[in-house]
Design a protein. Structure first.
Lengths: 114, 117
């Protein structure tokens, strides 16, 4: 059974550009969530999607957005990139996002903003 | 507010020995779940073990066991017979079972484990 797949794995962007990251959840999983990991802030929750609807959102500026497609695949977008957006972005999936569901993570996308 | 504390920034353990990684949490909710994840240098977060707040027995998964002390709000991870491949960052995490929380998981700062041959 394939795990959570994230693309691209590594990317370098220039300040002011935008970036789109993709996540394919485990087959059958309908909840997809995104996290940002930095050395200074640790792991922080960005948002969670279920059935193409955002159900929960963390404390990030509006430059961070996401969406989910009918096949549960998800994308997150960061516009007007800042140096501080350099981080590992992790996608996670679970069956429904409810109690008792194990959450599985992908390998992450390493974003460097220069 | 939820909070996860991992007081050991770094730990060393001899190969084949057991090691305990500490985790304490703070929540006012009665229904929640606790997770442990392993993150090697590659970045992938690998699920290790899960404990529900209403589970009466401590969770075990192979060489991993969770020492759950609900009254103390403690969920320590025990790794038995450490292997060189266990060297990684370990994160304790919690999810409250509120309908609005869904998969919003709060992570601790992590503990870096190094296994010495």
């Amino acid at each position: 059974k394939a795990g959570v797949t994230q693309t691209p794995r590594y990317l370098i962007k220039t300040r002011g550009q935008q970036v789109t990251l993709s996540c394919s959840p485990i087959s059958g999983h309908r909840s997809v969530s995104w996290y940002q990991q930095t050395p200074g802030q640790g792991l922080q929750f960005l948002f969670e999607y279920f059935s193409e609807t955002q159900r929960n959102k963390g404390n990030f500026p509006g430059r961070f957005s996401g969406r989910q497609f009918s096949n549960s695949r998800s994308e997150m977008n960061v516009s007007t990139l800042e140096l501080g957006d350099s981080a590992l972005y992790l996608c996670a999936s679970s069956l429904t996002g409810g109690s008792g569901n194990t959450i599985y993570f992908g390998e992450g996308s390493w974003l460097t903003v220069v | 507010a939820q909070k996860i504390t991992q007081t050991q920034p770094g730990m060393f353990v001899q190969e084949k020995e057991a090691v305990t990684l500490d985790c304490t949490y703070d929540t006012s909710d009665q229904s929640y779940g606790l997770f442990w994840y392993k993150q090697p240098s590659s970045g992938e977060m690998i699920f290790l073990i899960y404990q529900g707040s209403y589970d009466e027995q401590n969770a075990t998964e192979g060489r991993y066991s969770l020492n759950f002390q609900k009254a103390r709000k403690s969920a320590n991870l025990v790794i038995s017979a450490s292997q060189l491949g266990d060297s990684a960052m370990y994160f304790c995490a919690m999810r409250e079972y509120l309908k609005t929380s869904y998969d919003k998981v709060i992570f601790g700062p992590g503990t870096s484990l190094s296994v010495i041959p």
